[in-house]
Design a protein around this ligand. Structure first.
Ligand code: AMP
Ligand code: GLY
Length: 419
């Protein structure tokens, strides 16, 4: 079959790597792709939020299945347009993608579905929000819309929270403000591949969102991940399926939304059990990079079954051991990443490792940086420590001017030996 993959980040390189291994795939097309994906797919430089252009591409290349990586095309209605034109798509319609695009909508769904989440209050009046925040004390302040990781402030006092209300209110995404109870506990990501009604869970994984070691510095898209994060037990994972994914899909369906794609729950494992911090309508980045290395089954039939609303798979075979992914970032990331620096990458990679491209582009015979998160250095090992050491060695072997990465990815992982 002919596959079209939308996106050009590390997540999409990892997906391309995995999809390409399927005997079902005769051709793989990627838009726009990246210099890493080029080795696996035919890359087409097209604006992936332009629904008409994507439909035309899918028609011209007789595409059998479209896999959408990032949220932008989903929010822009590319899934809707493709489905209307008769294509099978892994990725929800715009109505489903709102679960990521609007935190207020996500909370409304969670409340209606009885999904465990932090207590919250919604405000459209900034001053009312600031006044309430002052009274609340330590509280989380969130802007409603997509804010590229800059829309959340965990305030330790009422004064700080009130100030955050005013600051976030000035963002385009801050027309609606949420105040939320501060939760504590380790964070992890659980993703479900959904067919509108049924779902199958990927292994739990853990991202590292702050830019510097020891979880310091500003939030980023994610600086590294590992999987499986099995401090979440099998029973707890099953509970997340039952108490989070199933009721959320049912509530969306009740509203006429058949969610066919990846539903990502950002969770906090509180002393009272797992609580949802956020939903995304896509796979996580960099979580996908390590999840693809752990997955021990052909992904293509699963994504196709989701796209068709015919998912019968109830579990996905996993490799034993662990995978760790370290994001190599450009100087200045996340605030103002510098681009155009030439990458120095060893000619061959050590065994058990994979290097996924994200913010890179070709410039003549060289590859230069073109974004904040440039590469994900990934490795598999029989233990988490072995996977960490291999990923760190790979990360260290790649340089460019000003590149930086965290040295503590998966180092603070809670004990992995829980039953
Ligand atoms: P979000 O975009 O909603 O996932 O929030 C970004 C980050 O803010 C999360 O990864 C958490 O570290 C933190 N956060 C969000 N909500 C809460 C909460 N209710 N309590 C504590 N920390 C939170
Ligand atoms: N790594 C977090 C995300 O993909 O949203």
């Amino acid at each position: 079959m002919n596959l079209l993959l939308l996106g050009g980040g590390g997540r999409e390189h990892a997906l391309a790597w995995k999809l390409r291994q399927s005997p079902l795939v005769t051709s793989l097309l990627a838009a726009p792709g990246n210099p890493g994906i080029e080795a696996l797919a035919d890359c087409v430089p097209v604006d992936i939020t332009d629904a008409a252009a994507i439909v035309e591409l899918a028609r011209a290349r007789k595409v059998d299945l479209v896999v959408v990586g990032p949220e932008a095309p989903l929010v822009a209605g590319v899934g809707d347009a493709l489905r209307a034109a008769g294509f099978e798509v892994f990725g929800p319609d715009a109505a489903g993608a709102r679960i990521e695009g609007s935190k207020a909508f996500a909370k409304e769904i969670m409340q209606a579905a009885g999904v465990p989440t932090a207590r919250f209050e919604l405000f459209t009046d900034l001053e009312a929000a600031a006044k309430r925040a002052l009274a609340w004390g330590p509280v989380v302040v969130k802007a409603d819309g997509l804010a590229a990781g800059k829309g959340v402030v965990v305030a330790s006092s009422g004064e700080e929270a009130a100030q955050a209300c005013r600051a976030l209110g000035a963002l385009p995404s801050g027309q609606t403000i949420l105040l939320e109870e501060v939760l504590t506990g380790p964070e992890l990501s659980v993703m479900a591949l959904c067919d509108g009604e049924r779902f199958v869970l990927l292994a739990p994984s853990q991202d590292h969102k702050r830019v510097f070691d020891g979880d310091r510095g500003p939030n980023t898209g994610g600086m590294g991940a590992y999987a499986p994060a099995n401090f979440l037990s099998e029973a707890e994972l099953e509970r997340v399926g039952r108490e989070v994914m199933a009721p959320t899909l049912a509530e969306l369906r009740r509203r006429g939304i058949s969610f066919r794609g990846a539903l990502y729950a950002g969770l906090m494992l509180t002393p009272a059990g797992p609580r949802v911090l956020e939903f995304n309508a896509r796979l996580g980045d960099p979580e996908t990079q390590v999840l693809m290395m752990q997955l021990d089954t052909d992904l293509v039939p699963v994504l196709q079954a989701c796209a068709r609303g015919e998912l019968r798979t109830t579990s996905l075979p996993q490799r034993s051991g662990f995978s760790v992914g370290i994001v190599l970032a450009a100087e200045g990331y996340p605030d103002a990443p510098r681009t155009g620096d030439e990458l120095e990458v060893p000619a061959s990679l050590p065994p058990h490792t994979q290097l996924f491209h994200a913010g890179t582009r070709r410039l003549g015979a060289s590859v230069v940086t073109s974004g904040g998160r440039v590469l994900t250095a990934c490795a598999h090992g029989t233990t988490l420590a072995e996977a960490r050491a291999r990923a760190a060695a790979l990360a260290d072997s790649i340089t460019w001017r000003g590149r930086h990465y965290r040295k503590d990815i998966a180092a603070g992982a809670p004990p992995q030996d829980r039953p």
